[in-house]
Design a protein around this ligand. Structure first.
Ligand SMILES: Cc1ncc(COP(=O)(O)O)c(C=O)c1O
Length: 415
């Protein structure tokens, strides 16, 4: 095909493309695919654990039982057989839902896109945590949202600050479209929202008429401690986003959203315009897998593996990282969030890390205002313990070198 070096269509694109950018994570993955680089960057679920013959079996069952429907268009709201399992999963989280409360989507990511599509006009204000899941920030930005960020700490979103902002906005008569948060085992911060803060958040949402969007991508991956009630289990008006990516497979691209009926209806219209329906084939494969397999045992094994990798990462960080550096201690999920001294720029430091053959995700991409330059996200979900050990050892060299260099320059310049 003819190569077009310059984009001569620049004048023709819609305004919203100006805020669309490739995620830093995806760009990085292309570099870190090199086998000599230890990647602590991408949050890839550990799909090697699968007994693939079980997936082949599920596919065979799906074809034998309902081959022609599996190869056909399906209802936009999703296949009932799959929804049966979603209902069970949600019941186990203390959330009672019915078939027509659920819309099956192409992963949680599509649910976030559809929510943006039905709620956000250019310039509309929404609230997110700082840091926040980069895919959500990209979805919101692509609909030209005006993103208000509220910092989190080790107990999740700082709800006191949310209260201040809500009071200020209510006083000014300004409308906030929704708040989006990842209460369990946050991406990228690894933290979990405390029960007290969940209660406070919901009472504020009720008082100010604020829609709460709860993204529970990692909720079933708890390594230790007691489960905390999901927001949706505490208040039925919450919009809940779920996914099969972290408990089964991201490759099949299936997730779901549960929302109050009028909102769900709009989401279904948006889904019809986006892609008519999610894959009938993939929905039936997941249905069969969940019907015939001990999927809970599979999640149990995943949790054991992730826990042991988290332990390895926390232990090596303790052993090799300098005292000035702090990090979170996640009770589940995929990520450790590292805070370096304020003068460190992790985007700048990445080139050096790559030359030492280790990669991480710089913090900046997780903040709507591109602050957070001194943070980095480390994923422990995919590499084995010995690889994590080596990766953190290499990274610690880079960090120490950066800090020593800064201190010696600062001393010379009397900073
Ligand atoms: C918090 C969060 N939400 C949603 C997603 C997207 O998941 P899915 O594969 O279901 O689209 C991710 C993926 O990493 C995530 O971390």
């Amino acid at each position: 095909m003819t190569e077009f070096k310059f984009d001569k269509w620049v004048e023709l694109y819609a305004h919203r493309t100006a805020s669309m950018k490739s995620s830093e994570i995806r760009d990085l993955l292309s570099v870190t695919a090199r086998p000599d680089i230890i990647s602590l960057a991408g949050g890839l679920p550990y799909t090697r654990l699968f007994r693939f013959e079980k997936v082949v079996e599920a596919t065979e069952h799906a074809m034998q039982r309902e081959g022609s429907a599996a190869l056909q268009y399906g209802p936009s709201e999703g296949h009932k057989g799959l929804k049966k399992h979603i209902i069970k999963l949600m019941e186990e989280e203390g959330i009672k839902v019915d078939f027509d409360d659920i819309l099956v989507t192409d992963g949680a990511q599509q649910a976030l896109d559809l929510l943006s599509k039905i709620f956000i006009n250019p310039g509309d204000k929404i609230i997110v945590e700082a840091p926040s899941y980069v895919g959500a920030l990209n979805a919101f930005a692509s609909y030209e949202a005006n993103i208000v960020s509220i910092p989190l700490d080790k107990d999740g979103l700082q709800v006191d600050l949310l209260q201040e902002i809500l009071e200020e906005f209510t006083k000014k008569g300004e409308v906030l479209k929704f708040i989006y948060l990842v209460p369990n085992f946050h991406n990228p911060a690894g933290v979990t929202l405390s029960l007290k803060r969940r209660e406070h958040l919901l009472s504020l949402a009720r008082e100010h008429g604020l829609i709460v969007v709860e993204d529970n991508a990692y909720g079933r991956l708890r390594f230790e401690g007691e489960d905390i009630k999901n927001l949706k289990a505490m208040d039925d008006s919450v919009i809940y986003v779920g996914t099969f990516s972290k408990i089964f497979s991201p490759g099949l691209r299936l997730g779901w959203v549960v929302a109050p009926k009028p909102i769900l209806e709009k989401l279904i219209f948006a889904k019809q315009a986006a892609n008519l329906c999610s894959s009938s084939f993939a929905q039936r494969v997941v249905e069969e897998y969940f019907t015939h397999n001990l999927w809970k045992r599979h999640i149990g094994k995943l949790v054991e593996i992730y826990r042991s990798r988290r332990d390895a990462m926390l232990q090596v960080l303790e052993e090799f990282f300098p005292d000035e550096v702090r990090w979170t201690k996640p009770q589940g999920g995929f990520f450790v969030w590292v805070a370096l001294p304020e003068y460190v720029d992790t985007t700048e430091m990445l080139a050096e890390a790559i030359s030492e053959k280790v990669a991480y995700v710089p913090g900046r991409g997780f903040f709507a205002d591109a602050s957070g330059k001194n943070y980095m996200r480390l994923a422990f979900c995919y590499p084995e313990e010995k690889v994590i050990y080596e990766g953190i050892k290499r990274l610690s060299k880079v960090v120490k070198r950066y800090i020593i260099l800064y201190k010696s320059v600062a001393k010379k310049l009397h900073l």
